[in-house]
Design a protein. Structure first.
Length: 282
């Protein structure tokens, strides 16, 4: 089994586990308490409630998959085949687990408690999924695509779109509902920040004996600029090359794998980067 296959398998397993956590958040806390999630899970809840008693009452899980289907196709062309496949595994897992798991309140019928604990569970599921280079679909994909073509961060778009869901839930089902959704959004964002910070950047210094092979593979799979600098080993006196690039934290695992596949002896130094000025896709 190649290193690439091992990595994709690892991401697939994490995506399934993350999907289980998201589904547990929905079935144990949010849906029974009438607290609306954010993103496509929240939109699926709203559609299920609005279409209750009609032939289109498909349930939260199936609506979640239907809403994500067009975005999965778009993500294939905008974000790459690997991201699309990993996200598909995550979306399918959430859909399946929501349909299989019974909806029952685990701790309390207090909407505030359910918003807090549901937010923690959903954040764990989303956080570990994103950290390993996939996503749970929905607004994550929309935000990644928008950020690719603008100067705004992924976080800005996620916040704006999620606030729209909260306001829609409040307008349709009462403003206390919107307040509980905002509490859920706050808890989710804080826990995800602890697990994974999407806006954290890393500067990578890649020392390699095969710069042409490494850069060729990186350019095929990663949408990042690379600066090449000549280098000489002080002990070996062998000429090498140092490649410098800045990437988002979630891209580092994929970049590391690509470099090791192209040059097994590669040396990579990763440095946290506070900010970047100039042309940098967020």
């Amino acid at each position: 089994m190649t290193e690439a296959v091992k990595e994709h398998t690892r991401i697939g397993v994490v995506s399934i586990i993350g999907g289980l956590f998201v589904a547990l958040s929905m079935t144990l806390f949010l849906i029974p308490a009438g607290v609306y999630s954010t993103g496509f899970t929240g939109l699926a809840q709203i559609l299920t409630k609005l279409l209750e008693g009609t032939p289109l009452e498909l349930g939260e899980g199936l609506w979640f998959f239907i809403l994500n289907a067009p975005l999965l196709v778009v993500s294939y062309f905008m974000l790459g085949r690997n991201m699309m496949i990993h996200t598909l595994v995550s979306v399918a897992s959430v859909t399946l687990f929501i349909r299989l798991l019974p909806q029952s309140q685990l701790l309390s019928d207090d909407p505030l408690l359910n918003a807090v604990f549901g937010g923690v569970l959903l954040a764990i599921g989303s956080g570990i999924t994103i950290r390993y280079g996939a996503s749970t679909g929905g607004f994550d994909i929309v935000a990644l695509i928008l950020a690719k073509f603008t100067n705004n961060s992924v976080g800005v778009y996620l916040f704006l779109m999620n606030m729209m869901i909260a306001l829609a839930a409040g307008a349709l089902f009462g403003w206390p509902t919107a307040l509980y959704t905002i509490v859920f959004l706050y808890v989710t964002s804080k826990v995800i920040d602890e697990i994974y910070t999407n806006t954290q950047r890393q500067t990578l210094f890649i020392v390699t004996n095969h710069p042409d092979e490494v850069t060729k593979e990186l350019h095929q799979h990663v949408f990042r600029g690379i600066t090449l600098m000549p280098a000489i080993g002080t002990y070996s006196k062998v000429e090498k090359a140092t490649l410098m690039m800045v990437a988002q934290r979630h891209e580092v695992r994929e970049i590391t794998r690509i470099c090791k596949d192209a040059d097994p002896t590669v040396f990579i130094n990763m440095v946290p980067t506070e900010d970047v000025e100039g042309a940098f896709r967020r």
